[in-house]
Design a protein around this ligand. Structure first.
Ligand code: GLY
Length: 399
């Protein structure tokens, strides 16, 4: 009798495991189809965009006043996202037209490799030439990237333990949370060149940032102002957030992505823990909307009528999908499902542009800097880049 009962329980359990498994795999199948459909649209949008971006400029956003395309010069921090998105879309579609445009636009941005006046060289060159090198293996990109890493390293101050973000503003030595995103160029440079100095700078910057940028709840300040000679913290401020103590949404997403990436690059468990804490802060936030696309600041005035920031959603989605691979069980599944939900929301008509609209950007409804009334509720080139990256990651990792 006991044996029969055990057999019955075993059958019931295996039946429910099979049902859960079937549900998960049909969700993945449905989401993979959505990812393909969305990437197909993205390919068509970028092939339209190609036709009206001036040769000397790169697409940035839309002008709210008249709806026209706003472009940027190669020295602007977003210059690498258009070529980077083209490389991702070429990787997906194998469409040679996209490859030709990606080659041309990567070549256009390359000269910034000698630019020592910005911390954004990772964004500008790792997203463009980094993807070009990964996909084409052309050694000329390796030289561009190593030169960029050397330029970025000149901004490192060992006393502070950080790379200086800006040469402007009221701070002596400002470091913004966004700067975490530029470290991948450096860990890559050590791997390829065997020169340990790049990796040392990346780890030191990440460690210093972990110490000073985060509050006890693992939200982060946007800007920390350091004393150049003593390394002491002089100021904790915002630049693009609602106020100095608020949680600016894209900043939280940069931190999440940055520490997830640093764990991948170094296997240092402290970075993994930091990424998990940031993810838990975001996902457990009482003002995180149901569709998981954040307001532009978690403390924005006027919630629930505040503007959303699709770019923060896209960056966080890409990071959460990766973080789920470094965690186990229920935690991993929570991060995966959150990333999946963010992608589903972004791929819905609420955020996804119709073909031929939105100046041919893919996503609508991002916020660049609300306090400066700049780029409010517009498409942004980096929202597209991280959205496409996350869709490709989803397709690859859902398998
Ligand atoms: N790195 C600048 C921004 O996120 O707006």
């Amino acid at each position: 009798m006991k044996k029969l009962q055990l057999l019955f329980c075993g059958l019931l359990l295996s039946g429910s495991i099979t049902t859960v498994y079937a549900q998960q795999s049909s969700r993945k199948q449905q989401m993979t189809e959505l990812a393909n459909k969305t990437l197909d649209l993205a390919v068509r949008q970028y092939k339209l965009m190609m036709q009206h971006v001036p040769d000397s400029m790169l697409p940035r956003t839309t002008n709210n006043a008249d709806g026209s395309l706003v472009t940027a010069k190669t020295g602007w921090w977003t210059a690498g996202f258009y070529p980077g998105t083209l490389w991702y879309l070429y990787e997906y579609s194998k469409d040679n037209t996209l490859k030709q445009e990606a080659l041309k636009r990567t070549a256009q941005v390359e000269k910034e490799k000698d630019n020592k006046g910005t911390h954004d060289l990772g964004f500008m060159l790792y997203c463009s030439a980094g993807n070009a090198y990964r996909i084409t293996k052309d050694p000329k990109y390796k030289d561009v990237l190593l030169t960029s890493a050397r330029s970025l390293s000149t901004r490192f101050n060992p006393k502070v333990g950080c790379i200086k973000s800006w040469d402007h503003g009221k701070w002596e030595f400002p470091v913004i949370i966004d700067n975490m995103m530029n470290l991948e160029l450096l860990t890559w440079a050590t791997r390829v060149s065997k020169d340990p100095s790049f990796d040392h700078i990346a780890r030191t910057h990440a460690n210093t940032t972990m110490k000073h940028h985060f509050r006890p709840d693992y939200s982060s300040y946007h800007v920390i102002g350091y004393d150049t000679t003593t390394g002491a913290v002089l100021a904790r401020n915002t630049h693009q957030g609602a106020n100095d103590t608020s949680a600016w949404s894209r900043g939280q997403a940069w931190g999440l992505y940055g520490y997830t990436m640093m764990y991948r690059e170094t296997k240092d468990k402290a970075y993994l823990e930091q990424a998990k804490h940031i993810a838990d802060f975001i996902l457990g936030h009482p003002r995180m909307p149901e569709d998981l696309i954040p307001y532009w600041d978690y403390d924005a005035p006027g919630i629930p009528n505040a503007k959303r920031d699709a770019s923060a959603g896209a960056v966080a989605a890409s990071a959460l999908l990766e973080l789920s691979r470094y965690t186990k069980g229920e935690v991993s599944s929570r991060y995966w499902k959150a990333g999946e939900k963010m992608l589903e929301s972004l791929a819905s008509p609420t955020y996804l542009a119709k073909e031929g609209e939105n100046n041919d950007f893919i996503l609508m409804h991002s916020v660049g800097s609300l306090p400066h009334n700049s780029e409010v509720d517009v498409p942004l080139t980096y929202a597209d880049y991280y959205f496409v990256e996350a869709l490709l990651r989803y397709k690859q990792w859902a398998k």
